[in-house]
Design a protein around this ligand. Structure first.
Ligand code: DAH
Length: 369
């Protein structure tokens, strides 16, 4: 006949105790035997767990006692052979044993984890100051651009944008630049095989804005422009400008002068002297170059060219209206201006070589933070 686990355990227990199988077995009550077996499994498990020094051995101990074939689990399976009246008491003992062993396993696991954590930082001085990572800062071009944008916004100008890859219409034709103008030469402009080009000026945005919206217009556009210039101390082939355009009824040269003087004084200081010199641009008539009187440390004051500007050439308005097929701009007047941002930064900080602005040398850039 097959005997249950508890029966087998009981027999083993009795043998171990030197009990006579025939004579005494019958008088030892199963409940007492189970009780002792549970106590011994528990005591053994707790002793084993207490001496465990690594996580792997701890897991092995858990499986050996609480696992599917573990010693306590086997005792639990013997419950079915325990007489009915003893089941509650034995069951309670089993539960207590499992709880005590589980608690001991958890406690040992925590203690081992702490040891592992402590070993991981052994030799570290946690009171030492941390390594400081250098913080980034804005590029000088971004700094002057943001300042210029702030002032223009304050005067009621809004942001406009246009593509860097342009067509000849927006870059030249709409802006009254004749076919034979030197700026249209292949030697001066980056052309694509498609006939498109990298815009040589942000003035393209003037045409883009006017063909999209009716007057009045009061916009600025910061952006990159490109020319086939050999790179030297004062030239880059990719550079940055801010374009401005103001169009309405009855805009005068007085508006142009007042607006740009205010703008430049806000940028360079209220004492700054500003002068307008006659010049030529195809898209403005009259046109001017603007100089500001600046004094570098230890030098006599000098007039320095800072921007181009002028009253929008009526030919530009006609081009826009002709393309749109309606008369929107032909009755307007307006002014436009373009400022080189690299130049602005160089004047502002006395930078002698424009190439410093594109080399990304931290020693140079860190000076602007
Ligand atoms: N586009 C000119 C340049 O790149 C600058 C300029 C001059 C812009 C006069 C203007 C202007 O809007 O009116 O050199």
């Amino acid at each position: 006949m097959k005997i249950g686990t508890a029966g087998r355990a009981q027999a083993a227990f009795e043998t171990a105790k030197g009990l006579d199988k025939c004579a005494h077995a019958r008088i030892v009550r199963p409940r007492t035997v189970m009780k002792e077996q549970i106590a011994s499994v528990q005591a053994e498990a707790l002793a084993r767990i207490g001496g465990i020094a690594d996580m792997k051995a701890l897991e092995e101990a858990r499986v050996a006692v609480l696992g599917k074939k573990g010693t306590l689990t086997q005792l639990q399976q013997g419950m079915k052979d325990v007489p009915k009246e003893d089941k509650p008491a034995v069951g309670a003992l089993l539960n207590e044993a499992r709880a005590a062993i589980t608690a001991a396993l958890d406690a040992r696991k925590d203690a081992l984890q702490q040891e592992i954590d402590r070993a991981a930082v052994a030799g570290c001085d946690v009171t030492m100051p941390g390594a400081t990572l250098p913080g980034g800062g804005l590029h000088p071009i971004s700094i002057v651009r943001d300042e210029a944008v702030r002032i223009l916004r304050r005067m009621g100008f809004t942001l406009a944008d246009g593509p860097e890859i342009e067509d000849e219409w927006h870059c030249f034709d709409a802006l009254n630049t004749p076919e034979d103008h030197p700026a249209r030469n292949e030697k001066d402009t980056f052309y694509f095989d498609s006939g498109k080009l990298l815009r040589t000026q942000t003035s393209t945005v003037q045409a883009r804005v006017m063909e999209k919206q009716a007057p009045p217009v009061r916009i600025f556009c910061p952006g990159s422009a490109f020319r086939r210039d050999a790179i030297d101390a004062t030239h880059l082939s990719a550079f940055n400008q801010i374009e401005g355009l103001y169009v309405d009824k009855h805009v005068s040269v007085g508006d142009l002068k007042g607006t740009l003087e205010y703008f430049l004084k806000a940028l360079f200081g209220s004492e700054t002297a500003v002068r307008f010199r006659p010049h030529f641009f195809p898209f403005t008539e009259p046109s001017f170059e603007i100089d500001v009187l600046l004094q570098a440390a230890g030098q006599a004051p000098r007039w320095i060219e800072i921007a181009g500007c002028g009253m929008v050439n009526p030919a530009v308005f006609e081009n826009i209206d002709k393309a749109a097929g309606k008369r929107l701009y032909s009755d307007c007047t307006g002014f436009a201006f373009g400022i080189g941002l690299e130049r602005l930064a160089m004047i502002r900080w006395g930078i002698r070589d424009i190439r410093l602005l594109i080399e990304n040398d931290i020693r140079f850039l860190a000076q602007f933070q």
